[in-house]
Design a protein around this ligand. Structure first.
Ligand code: SF4
Length: 230
């Protein structure tokens, strides 16, 4: 399972940021105006029933975006710390001070690459992120998009399609709100080479979070092997 929008890239120049915000704001309006009944009709046509195969919760390619509020919800439920629940993604860029910048948070995975909360079913089912609640569907520019899943094409009840449509709309609105907050708070930076001297800076809808590498075991070695800058 993967999904969620990536961040602002290089939108810090005044024109770029303003036009990016305008695009996101009009998409937010579109999201808020979505007709849930019509969306439920589209979902019904696709048909879906979860077969409990667990494939969307496991494997190397799994990447589950969790918004800050969702991370806190899981923390409250499990008693885990922030970094036990979520980690920064490995995709990002370096600045001239040797800091690695990345966007948003992903649920922590096991060494095998599975979601840490998958044990013959989701152990945080009532607190799982919106991305999990709406899989294998998502909305892009107001259109329904379907990911690969063996449960597609199965007959489904109308009330399930309606519930799913409601969750999809909620996710779409939240994605737009989070993206707008992220762009508002994001400050661009001059790019530089990878270095082991800086820190990891995570940008999200609440601002920029600085994490020393000793709080992210193994991540620096994956991004910047010790021999690279020696
Ligand atoms: S949070 Fe639950 S539903 Fe989402 S990937 Fe993990 S085990 Fe699967």
């Amino acid at each position: 399972m993967s999904g969620g929008r990536e961040g602002p890239d290089s939108h810090d120049e005044p024109g770029g940021r303003a036009s990016h915000l305008k695009t996101l704001t009009s998409e937010l309006e579109m999201a808020r105006a979505l007709d849930i009944l019509a969306l439920a009709g589209e979902i019904l046509k696709e048909g879906f029933r979860c077969t409990q195969c667990g494939r969307c919760c496991r494997g190397e390619e799994l990447s589950v975006l969790a918004f800050p509020g969702e991370v806190r919800g899981i923390m409250a439920h499990t008693g885990q710390s922030w970094l036990e629940v979520a980690e920064p993604p490995l995709l990002g860029e370096w600045d001239r001070m040797g800091n690695f910048h990345t966007l948003e948070w992903r649920l922590q995975k096991t060494p095998e690459g599975d979601c840490q909360f998958y044990h013959r079913g989701c152990k945080i089912y009532d607190h799982r992120p919106l991305l999990c609640r709406t899989y294998p569907f998502y909305l892009e520019e107001g259109r329904l998009v379907v990911s690969r899943c063996e449960g597609l094409g199965q007959e489904m009840e109308a009330h399930r399609a309606l519930d799913l449509a409601g969750e999809l709309k909620r996710r779409y609105v939240r994605e737009m709100e989070e993206a707008i907050d992220l762009v508002m708070r994001y400050r661009d930076f001059e790019r530089g080479p990878p270095s082991r001297d800086g820190a990891c800076l995570v940008h999200d809808s609440e601002g920029q979070h600085r994490l020393s590498w000793d709080r992210l075991p193994g991540m620096l070695d994956r991004l910047c092997p010790a021999s690279r800058d020696r």
